[in-house]
Ligand binder design. Sequence first.
Ligand SMILES: *[C@@H]1O[C@H](CO)[C@@H](O)[C@H](O)[C@H]1NC(C)=O
Ligand SMILES: *[C@@H]1O[C@H](CO)[C@@H](O)[C@H](O)[C@H]1NC(C)=O
Ligand SMILES: *[C@@H]1O[C@H](CO)[C@@H](O)[C@H](O)[C@H]1NC(C)=O
Length: 565
Amino acid sequence: MVRFPPILRRWMTLLVIVFVVLFVGSRIIVVMNSPSLYYYDEEEIQEGLWDGLLQLIQYNEEREESAPLANEISSYRSLQWSLIQSRKVEALSLTEDEQTIQIHLPGWDFTEYANPPEEQIDNTKEEFTFSDETRATKLPKMKYPVQNRFPIIIWWTPFTGHKHIVRQCGHGRCLFSHNRELKDHTKTRALMWYGTDLKFKDLPLPRQSKHDWALLHEESPKNNWPIVHKPIISLFNHTCTFRRESSYPITLQYLPSMEYLTAPLLFDVLEKNRFISEQGLAPVLYVQSDCDVPSDRDRYVKKLMEYIKVDSLGKCLHNKDLPDEYVDPLTMDKEGFHKIIAKYKFTVSFENAVCNDYITEKLWRTLSLGSLPIYMGSPSVQDWMPTTKALILANDYPTVEALANYIKFLDENDDEYEQYFDFKNPGKITNSLLKNTMKSRTWGVDDIEQENFIDGFECHVCDRVFEELLADAKRQKPPTFQANDSHYGCPRPQPAVPGMKMDNSLRSWVEEFDTRSAVIAKATQQMVKSGANSSRVLNDFIKKVFSEMKSNNFDHNHYENELVS
Ligand SMILES: *[C@@H]1O[C@H](CO)[C@@H](O)[C@H](O)[C@H]1NC(C)=O
Ligand SMILES: *[C@@H]1O[C@H](CO)[C@@H](O)[C@H](O)[C@H]1NC(C)=O
Ligand SMILES: *[C@@H]1O[C@H](CO)[C@@H](O)[C@H](O)[C@H]1NC(C)=O
């Protein structure tokens, strides 16, 4: 054996290392530099891809003979076969410019669902050209378990901050993307909207039968009324709303935890009484800066003020100043502001709209802070309360005066008042719907340790798409997923004070409900059902709906001009 001097040996080792680094590195770079590696023009290299890439490189090295990656197209076929047969990689394909090989990793099925090509690549054939057609048809037929399929789900209204993200859900993995160009991709199975951004002149038409539509809207209808109407909501297959009937309900979206609810009282009733007598606080607090909302709450509170003293610290019905540092709504959660609420015996907690199960932080925060809520909003709110006696429902009283009298009664009877906080004591929460829903909830509120409901809804849609794929693979009857107005619907706005005449603000909400949004809803449904190839023709359908209404003596000019413009 030849023995080299140590210095030469060191140099040789270094040389080998440099060579290996350059050799392996060049291959990684070839692949990494090509955006199309990611098939979906993905910019980030995700974990799963790295694993596959490393396996591929390792595999090449183990094969001894260095297998080409990009440029040596002649070896492409054999590389493909050996890799596929080794199960390290499921398939390889070339990009348009034939400069890059796309790697199809184990478990990442990039082939077609329907009619996988029957024909196998003829390994004996010498010539092999990579026209579009051969690329599409000559990939070998693979037997993928359905779980390994890889559906694409598009956020039609970008919402999540992720341009692309792959989620591992219960039944399999889905790619969630903001890229609208994937609309006609064969693997696209669902499209998602955020309700506020849903625009009826901007829909992916014609709707494909394999495209599920999914809607996330945690808010009241105030910022997109057509959604309350059945013709719109029933265009969707999967819904995530405050309604318990929605397919992924988030009724308790503003309740972080049971501990939040049972947080100890900051001030007991004697201290609260002292704030009234010594600091001149009113018994009742109102803090709203969003005025003239569909629930008509301001007019109710104005009437209430005729019978009992209410401190109104927000912009609406303002009669007392907040300390300067709380005027900005963004600081509303600051501790000091919470202390202000906690000092009041009663807090008016009226939602901006009246819808079943629409319950916001206005109520939960008041309960948490230990001020007694005077509530108007979800008619079914009692279903979610910790005990049957945790809040005062304005609608239980035939008149505002009757409500005021009851508040005064509680204000003067400390024992009666304190009963409303029984749920703060250990073991006193009697509502099993509330307890069970919180216990089984898989998402968190402002909790970095848990996924949020947006992540959860994405997986809900992904899993339902897989249910459809699985049924299809087993040749079973596919499940149907169909939303209806119980998934969102809210009733027509009406005066908060029973029997009070409408004012201009309320009238405009009612018109919005009865006319503008109803027409858009009907026209949109007709447009989608007609198979229209673009939602820009919505105006034609709006005109049609109006002409139907015209024959019912409807004064349409006003609305028609407004809607069609
Ligand atoms: C999704 O909803 C549309 C519109 O109602 C319906 O035609 C389609 O069958 C639904 N898809 C599933 C899987 O139920
Ligand atoms: C509406 O949807 C709910 C929940 O998916 C379902 O239970 C109910 O039967 C549906 N109602 C109608 C009228 O189809
Ligand atoms: C869309 O529909 C219109 C009217 O029905 C038709 O004239 C047009 O050719 C269609 N466009 C496409 C791309 O199919």
